[in-house]
Design a protein around this ligand. Structure first.
Ligand code: F6R
Length: 244
């Protein structure tokens, strides 16, 4: 695992954008795995800046997202569809048909799971997968559990995650309790995995990720040890407990 420790969130976002730019520059049809949440927001800002100054082009890029809440409309500002449009897709020249985000539509979940797995098979190995990490070690919405899903599934969010994500909602009760999430096997199906973590709240997870030497389904991010090209870009606050 390559570890890049940055001064702060801004530097982390800039460094991560350089990694993404470097990968995209190598391919005619770059395939990107994307995450939502606070961690990659600055990265998307940097990528948009690069696009605006003609340093990067998304015309032939294809993207797959990690997850979406169940029961929230794509037009709802809390949905991951909305987040991606607002923070990234509306601001770059990607083609609409090349954007893939799982559907969290409550009445057709079986179909959504099947469709998304087919989509992932169709897109194939991504050139880069961007990830955040939950305070409890989740990646996408693969929560600590006795068993982890290999492929896209409907998952129950843990209380910790509902609490952590309530900052994006008016009330904690409004946070959906279920999500549709890419599984571990598909997350790992990328040439490069880029993980971002910022802030003291991520210290424990980051320490476990760096110092852990076992696969532990109770700490889903430990599955990343199987992959041989993981780049962890974090800020000093998130790195704080490493070696202590
Ligand atoms: C988001 C996702 C989640 C987040 C994680 C960290 O698509 O899959 O695993 O990456 O919950 O969230 P932030 O970055 O908001 O701390």
């Amino acid at each position: 695992m390559k570890i890049i420790v940055c001064k702060n969130y801004e530097e982390m976002s800039k460094k991560a954008a350089m990694v993404v730019k470097d990968v995209i520059g190598r391919y005619y049809r770059p395939k990107l795995g994307l995450a939502t949440g606070s961690s990659p927001e600055g990265l998307y800002k940097e990528l948009v800046k690069m696009y605006e100054s003609n340093d990067i082009n998304f015309l032939n890029a294809e993207t797959v997202n990690l997850d979406e809440y169940v029961g929230i409309d794509p037009e709802n500002p809390q949905s991951y569809h909305y987040y991606m449009q607002k923070n990234f897709f509306d601001k770059i020249n990607i083609r609409k048909e090349n954007i893939h985000i799982p559907s969290g539509s409550e009445d057709k979940l079986d179909e959504a799971v099947r469709d998304y797995n087919e989509k992932l098979d169709y897109v194939g190995r991504r050139d880069i997968q961007i990830l955040g990490i939950g305070e409890n070690g989740h990646i996408a919405f693969n929560e600590p559990a006795f068993k982890l899903n290999l492929r896209t599934s409907i998952v129950e969010l843990t209380e910790d995650t509902v609490k952590a994500n309530s900052r994006f909602f008016e009330n904690e009760e409004d946070v959906p309790k279920r999500a549709i999430s890419m599984g571990i096997k598909d997350i790992l199906n990328a040439e490069v995995i880029l993980i971002l973590a910022s802030g003291a709240k991520k210290q424990k997870a980051v320490k476990e990720l760096i110092e852990g030497d076992r696969l532990d389904t109770k700490f889903p991010a430990s599955m990343l040890h199987i992959h041989n090209n993981v780049v962890l870009v974090i800020d000093e606050d998130a790195y704080g407990l490493v070696g202590k």
